[in-house]
Design a protein around this ligand. Structure first.
Ligand SMILES: Nc1ncnc2c1ncn2[C@@H]1O[C@H](COP(=O)(O)OP(=O)(O)OP(=O)(O)O)[C@@H](O)[C@H]1O
Ligand SMILES: O=C(O)c1ccc[n+]([C@@H]2O[C@H](COP(=O)([O-])O)[C@@H](O)[C@H]2O)c1
Length: 196
């Protein structure tokens, strides 16, 4: 079986926290590949979107350029509607029977995992790799056994970056350089993304 990590997110924009989470999961769990999947409409978020789907996808492509084991998929953008992970997992498992899938997930999302759409079925199709984010300690013991049994923790240095903060900094005219890869930075600058 080829082991694939799924890095799902809004990526509005993608930043070094996402990339380090993917790389840490890859190394810790011996993944062969990590697939980045930008969501169309993220299920549990109510903040205003910043960039269009095609722009978020383009930034992901730019961020993972030249990394042989990273790929980007437009499956959720193409599907449209609310991007439930179970729908994505069902499609991936059906189309890639030679691969096993683990969903990489930050600790802020781990804590709301029990509320995900059809999560019991999701946990049968994929396992989870958790990475910690500042301010959101991983509380594995608070998860139901069906989920915690499927969750492996990958230790990474805490990275206090968030897309929300990056958008806010742009709106305030502050620098976001070195928070995102240079090619993402130049795309944001050139297209005037996240300006107030
Ligand atoms: N700094 C980080 N360290 C570890 N994981 C992260 C980090 N930032 C995001 N993630 C994880 O990456 C996935 C996708 O995150 P997402 O695209 O929503 O980024 P975000 O920075 O949380 O965005 P926003 O601030 O807009 O909510 C989630 O599982 C999230 O927990
Ligand atoms: O399927 C769900 O119910 C669900 C609920 C919350 C988040 N997710 C997925 O988790 C990933 C990270 O979510 P977010 O909101 O931090 O971008 C992204 O791929 C979402 O589609 C999925």
């Amino acid at each position: 079986m080829i082991k694939v990590g799924i890095m799902g997110g809004t990526f509005d924009p993608i930043h070094y926290g996402h990339l380090l989470a993917a790389e840490t999961a890859r190394e810790t769990c011996g993944l062969d590949e990590v697939w980045f999947i930008p969501s169309f409409i993220p299920p549990l978020k109510d903040n205003e979107p910043g960039a269009e789907g095609h722009e978020r996808l383009e930034m992901v492509y730019r961020a993972i350029d030249f990394q042989p084991y990273f790929r980007a998929l437009d499956i959720e953008l193409e599907r449209g509607g609310t991007s439930y992970t179970i729908d994505t997992a069902e499609a991936l498992v059906e189309h890639h029977p030679e691969r096993s899938f683990s969903f990489i997930i930050g600790s802020d999302r781990i804590n709301d995992l029990p509320g995900w759409h059809r999560v019991a079925e999701l946990a049968e199709l994929v396992s989870f790799i958790g990475v910690e984010r500042p301010g959101a300690p991983i509380e594995k013991s608070k998860l139901p056994a069906a989920l915690s049994d499927r969750l492996q923790i990958a230790e990474m240095p805490l990275i206090g970056l968030s897309s929300t903060d990056i958008r806010k900094r742009r709106a305030e005219g502050k620098s976001i350089r070195f928070m995102v890869p240079e090619k993402v930075y130049s795309f944001i600058q050139r297209n005037g993304l996240y300006e107030s």
